[in-house]
Design a protein around this ligand. Structure first.
Ligand code: T4K
Length: 398
């Protein structure tokens, strides 16, 4: 890191930035047992069975299903595809209610299938979909609610299940952030009609790229698995439209290598979260997002509540110049991104708009040490104390 106290205080800053790949990033990949992975790579090469439901994939799916306590795990090539296939296999149509504050893949997965996303606001405390605002968005065209367990915390599953039941809607969860998290003591992955997880390189369990559909519904699982493999139910027999959503053997092997380290990985995320809380809890102008019981600690999320309206962006700029790549996830909100920003009616999502202008996600991957966190915290504290001066010095550049 290029941290220099004098430079920040003098605010002549912004020189000597380290190379991008040497900076501290939000999403460094999780630990994996490297020797175990390499042994598996050799076995895959010897076996010459590289994809199409080989032994590594089957073992990975069984391990994920057993860990989450769900009947079926259908692994796919990424989390976006997991959402798309779940949506399609459930036969969703018309409109689906989805939070405006999420990674854009959640919303794209709907629109890609010709389904209109109807944006719901989030609640203020933990940024989850605001269940109380859903009911007024339901129309005769609504087929489902697609809720997101944002930041590794479960959303209000009981209330969502009741609402879905009352209105006879399907309920799907985007659990991309939430592997390893629980809700009332039960693993995320077991709720709703289906849950979609991501095993992207930046996630708690990663397969380079990857994802899975988790469900207890046998029929849905069967359909999703068939759709993942072009719709084939037998050699030469296709029963419905499918796609190529398969995860390869080498990806599955990486997943197994990461699963071996799941407990220490989760523990290390918790430890870094607590270090941030100890260093930055109570700093004026900052609010650390609370972790809900059972949350997995994957994301370290703050809101910059400083009076200056662009304080969050100024802080990100200072951090970047000091070699810390903090992220403004999920700015500016999906409803403000194309093509959704040209929908005829703008959604009423004031909390999303406010939160999107305040959130900063700090580096918390396994390569981030306590000493890195202390340094990041020092930069942030200095920047918060000098925000007006930073704003003057950077006028026009942010
Ligand atoms: N739903 C939700 C709620 C999601 O958050 C996501 C994905 C999805 C659905 C879709 O799942 P996938 O189809 O992706 O499986 C990243 C991830 O690419 C994305 O998976 C994730 N959510 C999203 C929150 O973050 P970007 O555009 O921020 O990625 P990028 O390349 O800037 O990487 C983030 C940081 O991680 C960088 O600062 C560098 C570091 N990094 C990244 C990679 C790929 C590494 O250190 N090593 C790496 O290999 O989207």
């Amino acid at each position: 890191m290029g941290y220099r106290k004098e430079s920040i205080q003098g605010l002549a800053i912004l020189g000597g930035t380290p190379a991008f790949e040497n900076a501290l990033h939000v999403g460094k990949p999780s630990l994996a047992d490297r020797d175990f992975f390499l042994l598996k790579v050799n076995a895959i090469l010897d076996r010459q069975w590289y994809t199409n439901s080989g032994p590594e994939l089957r073992e990975f799916e069984e391990a994920v299903a057993s860990f989450t306590g769900v009947r079926h795990c259908i692994s796919v090539c990424n989390g976006t595809k997991a959402l798309e296939i779940a949506i399609r296999a459930l036969g969703l149509t018309g409109e689906v209610i989805v939070p405006a504050f999420t990674f854009v893949a959640t919303v794209h997965a709907l629109y890609w299938q010709g389904i209109v996303p109807v944006f719901c606001d989030i609640e203020r405390n933990a940024h989850q979909i605001d269940v109380e605002k859903i009911e007024k968005l339901i129309t005769p065209r609504t087929s489902a609610i697609l809720a997101v367990h944002l930041w590794g915390n479960a959303c209000d599953i009981d209330a969502l299940e009741q609402l879905a039941e009352k209105h006879k809607l399907r309920l799907v969860f985007d659990a991309s952030h939430s592997f390893g998290a629980t809700y009332n003591g039960r693993s995320i992955g077991r709720f709703g009609d289906a849950e979609a997880v991501s095993f992207h390189a930046t996630k708690m369990i990663q397969t380079f790229e990857g994802g899975a559909i988790l469900t207890n519904n046998d029929e849905l699982a069967n359909r999703a698995r068939t759709m993942t493999n072009f719709g084939f139910v037998d050699y030469d027999e296709v029963s419905y439209i499918g796609t190529n959503g398969k995860l390869s053997e080498i990806h599955a092997a990486m997943g197994l290598a990461c699963l071996k380290y799941l407990q220490p990985t989760m523990e290390s995320y918790k430890q870094r979260y607590e270090c941030y809380r100890d260093c930055l809890g109570g700093v004026h102008g900052l609010r650390m997002l609370p972790r809900k019981p059972g949350g997995n600690y994957q994301y370290v999320v703050f809101e910059v509540t400083h009076d200056l309206p662009n304080a969050r962006d100024l802080l990100c700029k200072v951090l970047k110049e000091e070699g810390v790549i903090a992220r403004r996830y999920f700015y500016p909100g999906c409803h403000n991104m194309a093509p959704y920003n040209s929908f005829p009616a703008s959604p009423d999502v004031p909390v999303t708009d406010e939160v999107a202008s305040k959130v900063v996600v700090l580096p918390s991957g396994p390569s981030v040490t306590n000493s890195d966190i202390e340094t990041i915290a020092s930069i942030i504290i200095l920047a918060m104390q000098n925000m007006e001066r930073i704003a003057n010095n950077l006028k026009g550049s942010v």
